[in-house]
Design a protein. Sequence first.
Length: 690
Amino acid sequence: MYYQVLPVPLAVPLVLLLIQCCVWHARAKLLHHMSYDDMEDYKDHPCIRPCLDDTETMVCDYNFLVERYHTLTRACWGFPIFYLPRPLGNKPHFLFFKVCEGDTIRVRVHNKMENAESMTIHWHGLHQRHSQHMDGVAMVTQCPIPPHTAFTYVFKANPPGTHFWHAHSGLQRADGLYGNLVVRRSPKREPHLKMYDFDLPEHTLNLLDWWGRNVVSSFADHYHGDGSNKPDSILINGKGISTDKDTQEKTTTPREVFEVQQGSRYRFRVISNAVMNCPMKISIDGHDLEVIASDGYDVEPLRVQYFNIFAGERFDFVLLANQSVGNYLLRVQGELDCGANRNNAHQTAIIHYKNSKFDPHFWVDPPYLEGKGLNPINRRGTDKLMTVNELRSLPGEMDEDLSLKPYPDRSIVLAMDFSMMNNPRFHDQLLYSVQDFPMSGGKNRQTPQINDITFAFPSSPALTQLTDIPKTAFCNRESLQGKNCSAELCECIHHYRIDLGDVVELILIDQGHIWDVANHPTHLHGYGFRVLAMDKLGKFVDRDDVTSLDQRGGISRNRYRPPKKDTVTIPDGGYTIVRFHADNPGMWLLHCHLEYHAEIGMAVLLQVGDTSQLPPTPRQFPTCGNWQPEEELDWDEEQHKLLLGGDGEIQSWEPTDGASSFTRAGFYYRMGVTVVGLVTVKLLLVSDCW
């Protein structure tokens, strides 16, 4: 008699499947009892605590489960965002970190997105000293996190201030993969503490220009067709009312509400996560705004009626609730590509005084704002409208700042503009060249570049696998001498090596030849910089115009308490000059913070320090890159047959003659599986997991 004994481990998956059913069913029960009011993220996290002088630092643990859902479906609990980053446990949140200076932040990111979508997360504003591998830039500091895997970020909460986190791979932050990150400090180190009574987590605004569809689709439609790249609306902390352009009907989605007590003073923190060329004008009806910080760095208080905020920037202001008890609109008016002559993207939140009657549905169109403002959009500064370089840092912040010495050790000129040229991404020379789609037709697309160079991301992360990248893949303006990059596409890893310890001056120019209403807010990873000069010279300007003007002494640099920032705009047809002390070795990206521009090449990689000074790679850090065999593979045909079976065919098992699947061994096996299954089901019922 023939006995076929099936391996006992095959019984295990059944038990595991039943246990998983319990887990997922319990999770479903948890969801069933949730409501919209449950969606406050980490409000009871132990790291949200008073940051006193004697407060001990903590390790702040977070778990992110990143999934992709469609906007305004039940899984997103009505939030108009596509990505759903959330803590494990299935509670969707607008994720918020509020920690103390010096805390260790540890975030376990689980990528559960479908369609094989990889990702990384950047901690915008944190310098990652001694943790350069945690900067979260795909193919610069790490490999993208593949789907169905997890990656743990560990870094110190430094410097203090208003920051945020967002995806730094593709266009994911545009669809909702972002959140707030506030690092507070002790009272002794908070110079503006006496100016406000409350600094509440819920008084943080994260602003996003928003489309009603997946941004990848919008990107493809725009660059390969004639689709619009203009946002439909603006969201405040993922909330807001929008208007249908065709029917003029308004949605019933909730808008953000900020509660205040009459007579009290509140610190508000504003973050621009803008994706497109959408600077936003911030104001509150009937109230002045006293600006006290930008990009996490303190400035002398400046009272204004409004300020503009560009993509990647942050501003802190103090609100004195000195008006009659009632409700007042906090207005966010989009400009340029979000302006009134485009889609008029705007949003409002409600400043709700306690004890006033609350009506969450009232709507008033944005008025024309007069009064004193800050941060002009493609304009020179005036008495009524100050540029950010006219802000002043506090006196104590100037101590030992080497970047303010008379002359820098290194000066790099970076001229930004759009170029009309064939580009295989969206203007293949043989198939659909620029010449085939004249400008008047509105169907051609320009290539955003720096110094006439299109940035290409490395094939392996430059920080961890520098030797795996061919040296010929790197370039800059000097190495491309003799090549006409203004007429033909020059695409490479646009790269500058900087000596560790140098004071570096960046002369940032927006030439403005193609579009005179564009803007390029520029963000530098790993550093804060001093803003020494800013001006608009005309409708457009050439790189040589600015450098020649500077050589003739026509550009003055303010070294008296200039403001410190990590993101700054460049006036179209003008320049901005910044400086930083290169004391943080690593591979740091400098790029336009408009997602479409950065995605297709408006970036530069700054390598601070030589290879021996770069930080060592953590053990077992993920690697990735190109692969090809060094020599022709010699397949062992006999071994191949042995692996597959004697004659090279894949083998399967079936009963032989005279044998039955209902053998004694098979009978006992099935009985065992059945008993285990019944016992497991009974346990599930008893434990109320069902």
